[in-house]
Design a protein around this ligand. Sequence first.
Ligand code: ZN
Length: 296
Amino acid sequence: MSGDYLVRATALDGKVRAFALRATGLVEELRDRHDTSPAVTAALGRTAMGSLLMAAASLKEPDQLLTVEIRGGGPVGRILCTANGRGGVRGMVSNPHAHADSVHPGKLNVAGVVGTAGYLSVTKDLGMKEPYRGTVELQSGEIGDDFAYYLAQSEQTASAVGLGVYTTRETLVDAAGGFLVQLLPGLSEEEIVAIEREVAALPHPTRLIRDGLAPEQVLERIFPAGYELLDRYPVAFACPCSKDRFEAAIVTLGSEEINRIIEEEENDYTEVVCHFCNEAYKFEPADMQRILQAAS
Ligand code: ZN
């Protein structure tokens, strides 16, 4: 399979669950839609890929949703990504142009834009009455480590997470990908040590994907004795917004607020922009009158 996709696998008789993805086109689309600076591209891309990997690990149905919110106190502000159970993800940040000087020459300072004093929270909407929500304090602001810490703390699953985004000087995304490995109960001490050794010996995720390794090849590196491929599906940027959805949302504002919007509008139309995909929807005066009617 070419392009962006995710693989789901098991190893060691089902005692290890593993996921890996390539998402170069997806992260480039996030960069393009939000016009993000290089460090923000990496932060948003890593969060989007981590969300997809966690969605693959924990959502059972295509229309279930998993939302990750990171607030680290850094210049990027809030990072928000929502992944569904069929490989779609959307994301946004408060400040797309945020910048932090490099600490290591040639390396993006992701923790510098994200910040390290804050939290990562995960909300799972499984279609029940109440969504499930868990929160942990940020550990490094590098995001991969923070996802692993969340899984260990909030879901009691020992996990290794590697996420990498590689951008050139022209800010285009050249490569993006990552992996998630979960150790389940029943593993022997030797088996755990062996997996930890393979994961620790891996090059930085950015190097792995820069070298052009496909998701299957990343898993081969982690499980030299072999693994069982369970599933493989495409991943892509996906925002469910539409003019109809925004119209329904405006109706809920009530007639007073809608009248105020119409009166204060300086153009001969009303424009609504989706924060997640930057798509702009135009509402003509006739549209707004119809919406006002529906609200009254
Ligand atoms: Zn949208």
